[in-house]
Design a protein around this ligand. Structure first.
Ligand SMILES: *Cc1c(COP(=O)(O)O)cnc(C)c1O
Length: 345
Protein backbone atom coordinates (compact mmCIF):
# COMPACT_ATOMS: atom_id res chain seq x y z
CA UNK A 1 0.00 0.00 0.00
CA UNK A 2 1.40 3.39 -1.03
CA UNK A 3 0.40 5.69 1.82
CA UNK A 4 1.74 8.78 0.07
CA UNK A 5 -1.10 8.41 -2.49
CA UNK A 6 -3.57 8.96 0.34
CA UNK A 7 -1.94 12.14 1.67
CA UNK A 8 -3.15 15.48 0.30
CA UNK A 9 -0.70 16.90 -2.22
CA UNK A 10 -0.15 20.20 -0.37
CA UNK A 11 0.66 18.26 2.81
CA UNK A 12 3.08 15.94 1.00
CA UNK A 13 4.89 18.99 -0.35
CA UNK A 14 4.66 20.99 2.88
CA UNK A 15 7.89 22.37 4.31
CA UNK A 16 7.10 22.25 8.03
CA UNK A 17 7.99 25.09 10.39
CA UNK A 18 11.40 24.46 11.86
CA UNK A 19 11.57 25.69 15.45
CA UNK A 20 14.64 26.34 17.58
CA UNK A 21 14.19 23.05 19.41
CA UNK A 22 14.17 21.20 16.07
CA UNK A 23 17.40 22.76 14.87
CA UNK A 24 19.43 22.12 17.97
CA UNK A 25 18.82 19.09 20.17
CA UNK A 26 21.08 18.00 22.96
CA UNK A 27 22.91 19.22 26.01
CA UNK A 28 24.33 22.72 26.21
CA UNK A 29 24.94 25.16 29.03
CA UNK A 30 23.75 28.38 27.41
CA UNK A 31 20.59 28.56 25.29
CA UNK A 32 20.32 31.80 23.31
CA UNK A 33 18.42 30.41 20.33
CA UNK A 34 14.68 30.71 21.04
CA UNK A 35 14.15 34.25 22.38
CA UNK A 36 12.98 32.78 25.67
CA UNK A 37 13.39 34.57 28.99
CA UNK A 38 16.66 33.54 30.63
CA UNK A 39 15.15 33.96 34.12
CA UNK A 40 14.31 30.57 35.55
CA UNK A 41 10.64 29.97 36.43
CA UNK A 42 10.54 26.27 35.76
CA UNK A 43 8.46 27.14 32.70
CA UNK A 44 10.58 29.68 30.81
CA UNK A 45 11.83 27.25 28.14
CA UNK A 46 9.86 25.87 25.18
CA UNK A 47 8.93 22.21 25.64
CA UNK A 48 10.26 19.31 23.55
CA UNK A 49 8.23 19.52 20.28
CA UNK A 50 8.36 15.75 19.81
CA UNK A 51 7.91 14.83 23.50
CA UNK A 52 10.67 12.21 23.40
CA UNK A 53 10.78 11.41 27.14
CA UNK A 54 7.02 10.95 27.29
CA UNK A 55 6.94 8.82 24.13
CA UNK A 56 9.70 6.60 25.51
CA UNK A 57 7.60 6.02 28.63
CA UNK A 58 4.39 5.37 26.68
CA UNK A 59 6.27 3.14 24.23
CA UNK A 60 7.65 0.99 27.05
CA UNK A 61 4.25 0.71 28.69
CA UNK A 62 2.43 -0.23 25.47
CA UNK A 63 5.28 -2.06 23.72
CA UNK A 64 5.20 0.34 20.77
CA UNK A 65 8.24 1.97 19.14
CA UNK A 66 8.42 5.74 19.67
CA UNK A 67 8.48 6.20 15.87
CA UNK A 68 4.94 4.81 15.81
CA UNK A 69 3.58 7.26 18.41
CA UNK A 70 1.99 10.68 17.88
CA UNK A 71 0.88 12.75 20.88
CA UNK A 72 -1.92 15.28 20.59
CA UNK A 73 -3.75 17.89 22.64
CA UNK A 74 -6.38 15.26 23.42
CA UNK A 75 -7.45 12.61 20.88
CA UNK A 76 -9.47 15.45 19.41
CA UNK A 77 -6.31 17.00 17.95
CA UNK A 78 -5.42 13.71 16.26
CA UNK A 79 -8.97 13.41 14.87
CA UNK A 80 -8.79 16.89 13.33
CA UNK A 81 -5.26 16.31 11.97
CA UNK A 82 -6.34 13.09 10.27
CA UNK A 83 -8.86 15.12 8.25
CA UNK A 84 -6.31 17.82 7.46
CA UNK A 85 -3.69 15.31 6.31
CA UNK A 86 -5.83 12.95 4.23
CA UNK A 87 -9.07 14.67 3.19
CA UNK A 88 -9.30 17.28 0.46
CA UNK A 89 -12.17 19.63 1.42
CA UNK A 90 -15.26 19.43 -0.86
CA UNK A 91 -13.77 16.44 -2.70
CA UNK A 92 -12.98 13.57 -0.35
CA UNK A 93 -15.30 11.79 2.08
CA UNK A 94 -15.15 9.57 5.15
CA UNK A 95 -17.36 6.73 6.40
CA UNK A 96 -18.21 6.21 10.06
CA UNK A 97 -20.44 3.90 12.04
CA UNK A 98 -23.67 5.37 13.43
CA UNK A 99 -24.18 6.10 16.27
CA UNK A 100 -20.68 6.96 17.42
CA UNK A 101 -18.49 9.68 18.97
CA UNK A 102 -19.64 13.10 17.79
CA UNK A 103 -16.23 14.63 17.10
CA UNK A 104 -15.70 12.68 13.86
CA UNK A 105 -18.71 14.45 12.33
CA UNK A 106 -17.90 17.89 13.81
CA UNK A 107 -14.34 17.75 12.45
CA UNK A 108 -15.66 16.59 9.05
CA UNK A 109 -17.99 19.61 8.97
CA UNK A 110 -15.22 22.00 10.04
CA UNK A 111 -12.96 20.65 7.30
CA UNK A 112 -15.78 20.63 4.73
CA UNK A 113 -15.47 16.87 4.17
CA UNK A 114 -18.50 14.70 3.39
CA UNK A 115 -19.41 12.37 6.28
CA UNK A 116 -21.15 9.08 5.39
CA UNK A 117 -22.88 6.91 7.97
CA UNK A 118 -23.13 3.14 8.19
CA UNK A 119 -25.75 2.22 10.75
CA UNK A 120 -25.05 -0.40 13.40
CA UNK A 121 -27.84 -2.95 13.83
CA UNK A 122 -30.27 -3.00 16.78
CA UNK A 123 -27.68 -4.90 18.87
CA UNK A 124 -25.07 -2.28 17.87
CA UNK A 125 -23.11 -4.75 15.74
CA UNK A 126 -21.17 -3.36 12.78
CA UNK A 127 -21.93 -4.48 9.21
CA UNK A 128 -18.52 -4.55 7.52
CA UNK A 129 -20.01 -5.08 4.05
CA UNK A 130 -22.24 -2.03 4.44
CA UNK A 131 -19.30 0.09 5.63
CA UNK A 132 -17.26 -1.01 2.60
CA UNK A 133 -20.19 -0.44 0.24
CA UNK A 134 -20.49 3.15 1.44
CA UNK A 135 -16.93 3.88 0.28
CA UNK A 136 -15.93 5.11 -3.18
CA UNK A 137 -12.75 6.35 -4.90
CA UNK A 138 -12.85 9.53 -2.76
CA UNK A 139 -13.21 7.83 0.62
CA UNK A 140 -10.01 8.46 2.54
CA UNK A 141 -10.88 7.45 6.11
CA UNK A 142 -13.14 4.95 7.88
CA UNK A 143 -13.88 5.83 11.53
CA UNK A 144 -14.39 2.92 13.91
CA UNK A 145 -14.73 3.27 17.66
CA UNK A 146 -14.27 0.18 19.82
CA UNK A 147 -15.52 0.03 22.53
CA UNK A 148 -17.97 2.40 20.89
CA UNK A 149 -19.34 5.58 22.44
CA UNK A 150 -22.27 5.86 23.27
CA UNK A 151 -23.24 2.20 22.79
CA UNK A 152 -20.50 0.75 25.04
CA UNK A 153 -19.89 -2.45 23.07
CA UNK A 154 -16.72 -3.55 21.30
CA UNK A 155 -16.98 -3.99 17.55
CA UNK A 156 -16.51 -7.51 16.20
CA UNK A 157 -12.81 -8.13 15.49
CA UNK A 158 -13.47 -10.09 12.28
CA UNK A 159 -15.46 -7.17 10.87
CA UNK A 160 -12.67 -4.70 11.71
CA UNK A 161 -10.19 -7.09 10.07
CA UNK A 162 -12.36 -7.33 6.96
CA UNK A 163 -12.47 -3.53 6.69
CA UNK A 164 -8.71 -3.19 7.21
CA UNK A 165 -8.02 -5.76 4.52
CA UNK A 166 -10.55 -4.58 1.94
CA UNK A 167 -10.30 -0.80 2.14
CA UNK A 168 -7.51 1.09 0.39
CA UNK A 169 -7.62 4.10 2.71
CA UNK A 170 -7.00 4.90 6.37
CA UNK A 171 -8.87 2.92 9.04
CA UNK A 172 -9.02 4.60 12.45
CA UNK A 173 -9.88 2.49 15.49
CA UNK A 174 -10.61 4.81 18.41
CA UNK A 175 -9.81 2.91 21.60
CA UNK A 176 -10.53 5.61 24.20
CA UNK A 177 -12.16 2.92 26.40
CA UNK A 178 -9.78 0.02 25.70
CA UNK A 179 -8.53 -0.10 29.32
CA UNK A 180 -12.02 -1.20 30.43
CA UNK A 181 -12.38 -3.80 27.69
CA UNK A 182 -11.77 -7.53 27.65
CA UNK A 183 -10.72 -7.24 23.98
CA UNK A 184 -7.07 -6.84 22.91
CA UNK A 185 -5.91 -3.52 21.45
CA UNK A 186 -5.50 -3.15 17.69
CA UNK A 187 -2.20 -1.40 18.43
CA UNK A 188 -0.71 -4.92 18.50
CA UNK A 189 -1.49 -5.19 14.76
CA UNK A 190 0.27 -2.05 13.52
CA UNK A 191 2.96 -4.08 11.76
CA UNK A 192 0.28 -5.95 9.76
CA UNK A 193 -1.64 -2.89 8.57
CA UNK A 194 0.07 0.19 7.11
CA UNK A 195 -3.31 1.95 6.92
CA UNK A 196 -4.28 1.48 10.59
CA UNK A 197 -4.38 4.35 13.10
CA UNK A 198 -5.23 3.44 16.70
CA UNK A 199 -6.32 6.26 19.02
CA UNK A 200 -6.01 6.09 22.79
CA UNK A 201 -6.13 8.75 25.50
CA UNK A 202 -5.14 9.59 29.06
CA UNK A 203 -8.62 11.13 29.54
CA UNK A 204 -10.51 8.06 30.72
CA UNK A 205 -8.91 5.17 32.67
CA UNK A 206 -5.71 7.15 33.28
CA UNK A 207 -7.65 9.81 35.15
CA UNK A 208 -6.19 12.80 33.30
CA UNK A 209 -8.94 14.38 31.19
CA UNK A 210 -7.83 17.84 32.34
CA UNK A 211 -4.27 17.66 30.99
CA UNK A 212 -5.41 16.91 27.39
CA UNK A 213 -3.20 14.11 26.15
CA UNK A 214 -4.26 11.85 23.30
CA UNK A 215 -2.19 9.21 21.53
CA UNK A 216 -2.20 7.98 17.95
CA UNK A 217 -0.34 4.79 17.05
CA UNK A 218 0.40 4.19 13.37
CA UNK A 219 3.03 3.46 10.72
CA UNK A 220 6.07 5.77 10.63
CA UNK A 221 4.91 7.54 7.47
CA UNK A 222 1.59 8.48 9.06
CA UNK A 223 3.22 9.61 12.33
CA UNK A 224 5.78 11.76 10.48
CA UNK A 225 3.03 13.40 8.47
CA UNK A 226 0.92 14.16 11.56
CA UNK A 227 4.04 15.66 13.16
CA UNK A 228 4.62 17.86 10.12
CA UNK A 229 1.14 19.39 10.33
CA UNK A 230 0.69 19.78 14.12
CA UNK A 231 1.54 23.02 15.95
CA UNK A 232 5.23 22.88 16.88
CA UNK A 233 4.68 22.88 20.66
CA UNK A 234 1.29 21.17 20.79
CA UNK A 235 1.87 19.42 24.12
CA UNK A 236 2.76 21.94 26.82
CA UNK A 237 5.37 21.14 29.45
CA UNK A 238 2.88 20.92 32.35
CA UNK A 239 1.02 18.21 30.47
CA UNK A 240 4.24 16.36 29.58
CA UNK A 241 5.43 16.41 33.19
CA UNK A 242 2.08 15.41 34.66
CA UNK A 243 1.67 12.60 32.13
CA UNK A 244 5.09 11.21 33.06
CA UNK A 245 4.09 11.24 36.75
CA UNK A 246 0.68 9.68 36.10
CA UNK A 247 2.11 6.87 33.96
CA UNK A 248 4.21 5.83 36.99
CA UNK A 249 0.97 4.99 38.80
CA UNK A 250 0.14 1.94 36.74
CA UNK A 251 -0.72 -0.29 39.71
CA UNK A 252 -3.03 2.29 41.22
CA UNK A 253 -4.78 2.78 37.87
CA UNK A 254 -5.21 -0.99 37.47
CA UNK A 255 -6.91 -1.10 40.89
CA UNK A 256 -9.19 1.77 39.89
CA UNK A 257 -10.11 -0.06 36.68
CA UNK A 258 -10.93 -3.18 38.75
CA UNK A 259 -13.18 -1.08 40.95
CA UNK A 260 -14.96 0.46 37.98
CA UNK A 261 -15.49 -2.93 36.34
CA UNK A 262 -16.98 -4.33 39.56
CA UNK A 263 -19.21 -1.28 39.92
CA UNK A 264 -20.24 -1.55 36.27
CA UNK A 265 -21.44 -5.11 36.85
CA UNK A 266 -23.19 -4.12 40.09
CA UNK A 267 -24.93 -1.16 38.42
CA UNK A 268 -25.92 -3.25 35.44
CA UNK A 269 -27.43 -5.92 37.70
CA UNK A 270 -29.31 -3.45 39.92
CA UNK A 271 -30.56 -1.32 37.03
CA UNK A 272 -32.08 -4.40 35.39
CA UNK A 273 -34.23 -4.91 38.50
CA UNK A 274 -35.96 -1.54 38.02
CA UNK A 275 -39.34 -1.48 36.28
CA UNK A 276 -38.52 1.81 34.51
CA UNK A 277 -35.45 0.17 32.93
CA UNK A 278 -36.18 -1.56 29.63
CA UNK A 279 -32.67 -2.61 28.74
CA UNK A 280 -29.11 -2.30 29.99
CA UNK A 281 -26.87 -2.69 26.98
CA UNK A 282 -23.72 -4.81 27.43
CA UNK A 283 -20.69 -2.59 28.05
CA UNK A 284 -16.96 -2.96 27.52
CA UNK A 285 -16.42 0.63 28.71
CA UNK A 286 -16.72 2.73 31.90
CA UNK A 287 -20.33 3.64 31.17
CA UNK A 288 -23.66 1.94 30.58
CA UNK A 289 -26.20 2.75 27.91
CA UNK A 290 -29.56 2.23 29.58
CA UNK A 291 -32.94 2.26 27.85
CA UNK A 292 -35.67 3.51 30.16
CA UNK A 293 -39.42 4.07 29.76
CA UNK A 294 -39.01 7.82 29.41
CA UNK A 295 -35.47 9.17 29.08
CA UNK A 296 -36.41 12.87 29.19
CA UNK A 297 -38.47 12.48 32.38
CA UNK A 298 -35.82 10.31 34.06
CA UNK A 299 -33.07 12.72 33.06
CA UNK A 300 -35.07 15.66 34.41
CA UNK A 301 -35.76 13.93 37.71
CA UNK A 302 -32.10 13.02 38.26
CA UNK A 303 -30.89 16.49 37.26
CA UNK A 304 -33.20 18.16 39.81
CA UNK A 305 -31.57 15.97 42.46
CA UNK A 306 -28.05 16.91 41.41
CA UNK A 307 -27.23 13.75 39.46
CA UNK A 308 -26.21 14.41 35.87
CA UNK A 309 -26.21 11.63 33.30
CA UNK A 310 -26.10 12.00 29.52
CA UNK A 311 -29.45 11.98 27.75
CA UNK A 312 -28.93 10.17 24.43
CA UNK A 313 -32.64 10.11 23.54
CA UNK A 314 -32.06 12.02 20.29
CA UNK A 315 -29.17 9.86 19.06
CA UNK A 316 -29.78 7.26 16.31
CA UNK A 317 -30.79 3.83 17.70
CA UNK A 318 -30.65 5.28 21.24
CA UNK A 319 -34.28 6.36 21.72
CA UNK A 320 -35.07 6.67 25.46
CA UNK A 321 -31.47 5.86 26.34
CA UNK A 322 -29.35 7.43 29.07
CA UNK A 323 -25.60 7.07 29.06
CA UNK A 324 -24.46 6.64 32.64
CA UNK A 325 -20.78 6.88 33.59
CA UNK A 326 -19.73 4.45 36.33
CA UNK A 327 -18.83 6.57 39.36
CA UNK A 328 -17.57 5.92 42.86
CA UNK A 329 -19.49 3.24 44.82
CA UNK A 330 -21.40 5.82 46.91
CA UNK A 331 -22.27 7.83 43.78
CA UNK A 332 -23.64 4.74 42.04
CA UNK A 333 -25.67 3.88 45.17
CA UNK A 334 -27.20 7.36 45.16
CA UNK A 335 -28.06 7.06 41.49
CA UNK A 336 -29.83 3.75 42.14
CA UNK A 337 -31.63 5.16 45.19
CA UNK A 338 -32.96 8.14 43.21
CA UNK A 339 -34.06 5.94 40.30
CA UNK A 340 -35.97 3.75 42.79
CA UNK A 341 -37.66 6.84 44.22
CA UNK A 342 -38.56 8.02 40.71
CA UNK A 343 -40.08 4.63 39.99
CA UNK A 344 -42.18 4.69 43.18
CA UNK A 345 -43.55 8.20 42.59
C1 LIG B 1 -13.69 10.44 25.58
C2 LIG B 1 -13.37 10.03 24.20
C3 LIG B 1 -12.18 10.42 23.60
C4 LIG B 1 -11.18 11.23 24.35
O1 LIG B 1 -10.92 12.42 23.78
P1 LIG B 1 -9.74 13.31 24.39
O2 LIG B 1 -9.70 14.44 23.44
O3 LIG B 1 -8.50 12.47 24.37
O4 LIG B 1 -10.14 13.68 25.78
C5 LIG B 1 -11.89 9.98 22.32
N1 LIG B 1 -12.74 9.17 21.67
C6 LIG B 1 -13.90 8.78 22.23
C7 LIG B 1 -14.78 7.86 21.48
C8 LIG B 1 -14.25 9.21 23.50
O5 LIG B 1 -15.42 8.81 24.03
Amino acid sequence: MDLTKLIRENILELQPYSCARDEFQGEASIFLDANESPFETGLNRYPDPLQKALKTKIGALKQIATENIFLGNGSDEAIDLIYRVFCEPKTDNVVAIEPTYGMYKVCADINNVEYRKSSLNADFDINADDVLQKTDAHTKVIWLCSPNNPTGNSLNADDIKKILENFGGIVVVDEAYIDFSSQPSWAKKLADYQNLIVLQTLSKAWGSAAIRLGMAFASETIIQTLNKVKYPYNINILTQRQALLQLEKRDEIMQQIDCILQQREMLSRELRLLKIVKKVHPSDANFLLVEVENANATYGYLTKRGIIVRNRNNVALCGNCLRITVGLPHENEQLLAQLKRFEEE
